[in-house]
Design a binder for this molecule. Sequence first.
Ligand code: C5P
Length: 227
Amino acid sequence: MADLIITIDGPAASGKSTVARLLAHKLDASFLDTGAMYRAVTLAAMRAGVDLSDEQKLLDITQTCEFQFSVKAGKMTVRIDNTDVTEQIRNPEVTANARYIAAAPRVREELVQMQRRFAADRHKIVTEGRDQGTVAFDDADIKFYLTADPAERARRRQAELQGESGAGNLQQIQKAIEERDKSDESRAVGPLKPAEDAIIVDTTNMSIEQVVEKLAGYVKEKCSKKT
Ligand code: C5P
């Protein structure tokens, strides 16, 4: 297992992914976007035309398709059976359907194992998602939980999706985010919630740079106590 594991959990569009990537860069650590894994299985299942509520079929997909996750130029690249799907997994339909994969206990177990294997090969890692500090790495060195007002998260997501077809207006984006929060918080397995020992950071009025600085400050403090 890695010498330093930092987890960042939080709701949709709370800035986790960007912050995790920049923090990892600052600390010379690897970065893992676990949402990309759920999205990749969702896309593979949609392409195979399987019933998304059939857990066994979803599990078969995780075992028969070859998923590759790698980080290139600070960006997580995803391949399914050797085809690059990095852009396709961000499609709004995939985003909406990911909840089926997220609620399937045996699929989650499989993905958590994949995440642990990914971490085992790395010296330092910053990993982000919904259950990283509570389930996948419950003994992580530092756990963060990022949050922000739904209206602010919707604005951020709109800026990110600018010009993309199917993105919708601000109101629709906020509604979709709130629905996703509800589904993430209420599922029986790996629900979205802060770990008991997580540091909670409300990013509503903070820039990405300020969030990264704040988290890096906690990491520095923690590492200086360790040595
Ligand atoms: O973070 P992102 O929005 O890419 O995640 C897509 C979906 O994957 C989330 O809405 C959530 O349902 C699921 N997910 C999860 N556990 C994680 C990461 C993502 O259930 N660790």
